[in-house]
Design a protein around this ligand. Structure first.
Ligand code: C2E
Ligand code: MG
Ligand code: MG
Length: 717
């Protein structure tokens, strides 16, 4: 049903149309005349129209004599329309449009209203601004629908001021948000329901190097790193349910590199579905530092290997993995031989270099850095899992021993490093830290056995840990009870075959009747710092024995690094000489090659001090340690003792050792040093060594260590 059907009274009567005008009323409006009569006809409908919340007016065109529309006259105004105009209904009727709203003449609206009448087509005017209180009141906004109804037009107004304000606020907010986004360092991206970039803030150029147009319309996921895409997609799916997503993703830069971004994503429901607003914050440096920190915590600074805790965790996982398989695995504990001495001599920087070198060699040999870890101190941990057999662990250990042996130059100092390896095997159910402990114990056992070798865990080792603490207490007790004794081994001149002196070798004569050899207790004594007390006991006993021997004979006494480092060592030695009444030149102090590496300036002075007092210094176990020829030149060394391993190698016809021994004696001759070859067991060896130029020999050929030195001229003393 049309408007005119509802309000037939609004049709101007033919007579009015002919006249082309309505009469004016007393207010200067048009006389409603016939309109009033028309209006009375819909008096029944008036309450309904007045109840409308928005104005509604009916205008009748007023024509000139030529028939053109020159104005419109109000034929009806409902209550809200009257209120708007501050007029009564009666005053409204007959009023002219141009009079009430003069602006229509200039703002083009008048022509548009005329067109509605002439074309019969409705006109929609959106959000027109009208001052609400005449010309001076606050501006209100109206959507106006102008509907032609017969020859008149009906105006339906709708006050949309609220909507317009809300829209404006939205626009302002949007403008502010875009402005903010443009100037903020974060990148803001709008992604549409198809997950394509709809809009991106300018800051993308500064942050990721992209020009805005290059990004628009592209699938957002293209910019996410392949490894992070799964996470991004899952987050997108959960977005509306779980609220905004906050996470870290690698985002593609224009130069094809990736940068870590802190991403916040909010879902927005749009017309076509769920769209997103993403904001990216540059956290690249933050992530990098965090990753480095994480790596640093998990990896050893010097070697880059996993730290003990991480290695332990890997071991735990491998042991778990063995469950039900019946398979076994092995842990190798690899200890660097003589690291303390290297540290003391070459500073910790030198020691660190040695550790790093060996770590690289072990890792290369194993082939997988994840199987190698750094233990405590001088220890590496290798995990062999699964392990076909114990023999495979031994073969791997041998390969590692060989790989570690190649000479290294650190700080200009040539070093022949060696390692000792402990092997512990286990099945599922073994506790990881117990396994590591057993491997470490076996490694120490390998060290005791002479280093540069490997040892398997055995029962003795298992008890060693428990007894170690007891051992220190036992050593203390033994020292207090005077159970440590110097035994004596003769040293012979190759040319005459005569005994020229003795070496004092310590024995622990325990109350249970066991005569314990140094290898069984010296490592414990060294660790518990009791070694110096033992050395001094031996020194006193050795000098006492020497004092009863002919003047021509000498006495060699072993000195550990801990002992000659004592601040008052020179005084202690001089005091022992004084007490025994032995001439200082008859005392030979033996220090191992590796112990020499610990020599600091202060110790050098002490060595010098004793040397100038007449005591003679010998380098023990020469040819096996880390010392260099420079020590022989810089320290007051009187002689060299060739390590017995050379003699053993000669016995086995090892040509390389033969040549090396030859070279070493050449060095000694060049420096005018006395020489002693150790471990001489046969006449042939003695002849061979003598022919090379070694001056003295010591070994079972001439006698083992005995409780009393045998005076070659008068029998036991
Ligand atoms: P070292 O000073 O090199 O002493 C030589 C070692 O080789 C001695 O072992 C000796 O018994 C052994 N030896 C000598 N000739 C032969 C041979 O022909 N065949 C075999 N199989 N062995 C031979 P020992 O007495 O067990 O001493 C081992 C090491 O313990 C010594 O090596 C020395 O480094 C250390 N040591 C011994 N007594 C003391 C001491 O009083 N103080 C310190 N600090 N260390 C000591
Ligand atoms: Mg010795
Ligand atoms: Mg020796």
């Amino acid at each position: 049903m049309g408007f005119s059907d509802t309000f037939p009274f609004l049709h101007p009567r033919p007579r009015d149309r002919e006249r082309g005008k309505a009469g004016t009323n007393g207010d200067g409006g048009v006389d409603p005349g016939p309109l009033t009569a028309g209006l009375s006809a819909w008096a029944d409908s008036q309450p309904i129209l007045d109840a409308l919340p928005d104005p509604l007016v009916v205008l009748v065109p007023q024509r000139s004599s030529s028939g053109g529309i020159i104005d419109f006259v109000y034929a009806y105004a409902n209550a809200p329309a009257c209120a708007y105009h501050h007029r009564s209904q009666r005053q409204m009727l007959g009023a002219r449009l141009r009079q009430l709203h003069p602006a229509v003449a200039t703002n083009g609206l008048f022509e548009q209203y005329v067109r509605v009448v002439e074309t019969g087509k409705a006109l929609d005017l959106d959000a027109l601004d009208y001052p609400n209180d005449g010309a001076t009141g606050p501006i209100h906004h109206y959507d106006i629908r102008v509907v032609p109804v017969g020859g008149v037009i009906c105006f339906l107004w709708r006050d949309v001021t609220g909507r317009v304000h809300a829209q404006k606020q939205l626009q302002d907010a949007e403008r502010r948000y875009r402005l903010l986004a443009r100037h903020a360092s974060d990148v803001v991206i709008e992604v549409d329901a198809d997950h394509r970039v709809l809009w991106v803030s300018e800051s993308i150029e500064a942050l990721l190097g992209w020009q805005q147009p290059a990004v628009m319309g592209r699938a957002a996921i293209e910019f996410v790193h392949r490894d992070d895409r799964g996470r991004a997609v899952r987050a997108g799916q959960d977005l509306d349910e779980r609220g905004p997503f906050e996470g870290e993703l690698r985002i593609l830069c224009a130069d094809d590199s990736w940068r870590w971004m802190g991403v916040t994503a909010h879902a927005l429901s749009g017309e076509k579905g769920m769209a997103w607003v993403l904001s990216f914050r540059d956290i690249h440096d933050e992530v990098r530092i965090r990753t480095e920190l994480h790596h640093t915590i998990q990896h050893d600074f010097i070697t880059g290997l996993a730290v003990r805790g991480v290695a332990l965790e890997r071991l735990r996982r491998s042991l778990d993995g063995l469950k039900g398989s019946g398979e076994t695995l092995a842990v190798l504990s690899i200890g660097i031989d003589g690291l303390t001495q290297v540290n003391d001599a070459l500073t910790h920087t030198g020691g660190d270099k040695l550790i790093a070198f060996l770590a690289a060699r072990i890792t290369k040999e194993i082939g997988n850095p994840d199987q190698v870890g750094r233990g405590t101190g001088d220890e590496f941990i290798v995990l062999l899992s699964p392990l076909p057999s114990g023999a495979d662990a031994a073969l791997t250990a041998e390969r590692i021993l060989r790989a570690c042996q190649a000479p290294i130059v650190i700080g200009g100092q040539p070093i022949d490093p060696t390692v000792s390896i402990g092997i512990a095997t286990a099945r599922a159910g073994t506790l990881p830290d117990e396994l590591l402990r057993d491997a470490s114990l076996a490694m120490r056992q390998a060290k005791v056995r002479g280093r540069n070798c490997y040892a398997f865990v055995d029962d003795a080792l298992a008890t060693e840990a428990h007894t170690r603490l007891m051992f220190a207490a036992e050593l203390q007790r033994g020292l207090a009870a005077g159970e440590f004794a110097a035994w004596f081994m003769p040293i012979v001149a190759f040319d005459t075959g005569e005994v020229t002196g003795y070496e004092a070798l310590v024995r622990w004569l325990r109350p249970d009747g066991i005569e314990m050899e140094p290898a069984a207790f010296l490592p414990f004594a060294e660790r518990s710092r009791l070694i110096a007390r033992i050395d001094l006991v031996v020194l006193h006993q050795a000098l006492a024995a020497l004092s009863r021997l002919p003047e021509s004979l000498t006495m060699a006494v072993n000195v550990s690094a801990a002992t000659f480092s004592l601040d008052d060592y020179p005084e202690l030695v001089c005091e022992a000489l004084r007490v025994s009444g032995v001439a200082p030149h008859r005392l030979h102090l033996e220090v191992t090659e590796t112990a020499l590496l610990t020599v600091t300036d202060r110790i050098r002075q002490q060595i010098q001090q004793l040397a100038s007092h007449g005591v003679r210094w010998y380098v023990d176990d020469f040819g096996t340690g880390y010392s260099s020829i420079s020590h022989l030149r810089d320290l007051p060394i009187a002689g060299l003792k060739l390590d017995q391993s050379f003699t053993a190698a000669m016995r086995a016809k090892d040509h390389k050792s033969l040549r090396l021994a030859q070279a070493l004696v050449g060095v000694a001759e060049g420096l005018e040093l006395d020489t002693v070859a150790e471990g001489v067991a046969t006449i042939e060896e003695a002849c061979l060594l003598a022919s090379q130029g070694w001056l003295h020999g010591q070994g079972w050929l001439y006698g083992k260590a005995t409780p009393l030195p045998v005076d070659p001229f008068a029998g036991s003393v």
